[in-house]
Design a protein around this ligand. Structure first.
Ligand code: AMP
Length: 280
């Protein structure tokens, strides 16, 4: 397994692979790898000849008061996991190489970026779309793999790839969870023991929503109210948002009809966690 830091070397590697007719599977990450990331890597391994994982804590997607500095970083541990899981290349660029001082270009996927998490984290999805567009141009993947855990991100990347005619197939894979239902996330590392127990409330709220829908509830407001009540009973939980939106447009829907996305963000102490489920 190679660790490539240079953009040019990465582009040359991909160019050479593709010249040989090889398919490249790409998994963009910010590192602190867990089973969620590994599920994407495994699928990339199955479907392609060559697997590239990028590890880049992208400053452009963090707000000034967010956790960029304290975001967990452990290249050695990540490299070991990648090696074990059949990764061919870790692309590990520096922020300076990705955003030199003269840098000016940003990708903005309109409307989809300003709702849900985009409302609470202004500029976040511009940072995400920009870095993913750059990574696609550097890695030149045949297929790129994303998690449903970040459903809004996946929707935005899909839209961007279609709108900009990027020659890559975007695959979105299911959320991997702990036994009690908590979605795996690098940010779970921030939680104290007590907070970790309480964090299960996000997936519990989604379970409750699905149960209500199965029982015939159609009104988004009623479902959201029940979710709010459940989450508000926790000591350390503070709701950022709970929304029920159309899965494609991400616009709020008053009633469950067609494919909907139920998404939420909740602060558990000082850690902001997200989760979601599809419903129809
Ligand atoms: P991150 O390192 O958090 O930027 O995530 C990199 C990729 O892994 C993104 O496509 C995420 O959606 C995906 N991912 C993160 N957590 C999970 C999870 N629990 N299950 C599946 N995919 C995940």
């Amino acid at each position: 397994m190679k660790i490539i830091r240079s953009i040019k070397v990465m582009q040359d590697y991909s160019g050479a692979e593709k010249k040989k007719g090889k398919k490249i599977g790409f998994v963009p990450t910010m590192g602190a790898l867990h089973q969620g990331h590994l599920s994407l890597i495994k699928r990339a391994r199955e479907e392609n000849n060559s697997v590239v994982v990028s590890i880049f804590v992208n400053p452009a997607q963090f707000g000034p008061k967010e956790d960029f500095k304290k975001y967990p970083r452990d290249l050695q541990k990540d490299a070991l996991l990648c090696k074990k899981n059949g990764v061919d290349v870790i692309f590990y660029p520096s922020a300076k190489a990705m955003y030199p001082p003269e840098y000016k270009t940003h990708v903005n996927v309109q409307d989809l970026s300003s709702v849900l998490c985009g409302k609470s984290r202004p500029g976040h999805f511009q940072g995400v779309a920009t870095v993913v567009a750059k990574l696609f141009n550097i890695v030149g993947p045949t297929r790129a793999y994303f998690g449903q855990k970040d459903a809004q991100q996946a929707t935005i990347i899909n839209r961007m790839a279609l709108d900009l005619n990027l020659p890559v197939k975007v695959r979105v894979l299911p959320t991997i969870r702990e036994k009690d239902g908590l979605a795996l996330s690098s940010r779970n590392l921030y939680l104290s023991q007590e907070e970790r127990k309480e964090a299960v409330v996000l997936s519990e709220a989604l379970k409750l929503a699905r149960k209500l829908i199965r029982a015939g509830e159609k009104k988004s407001a009623a479902i959201i109210a029940a979710m709010r009540k459940l989450i508000s009973s926790g000591r350390n939980a503070k709701i950022d948002y709970i929304s029920i939106v159309d899965a494609k447009t991400l616009k709020p829907v008053p009633n469950i009809s067609g494919k909907c996305l139920i998404a939420l963000a909740v602060w558990i102490g000082k850690t902001r966690l997200i989760d979601n489920t599809y419903a129809s």
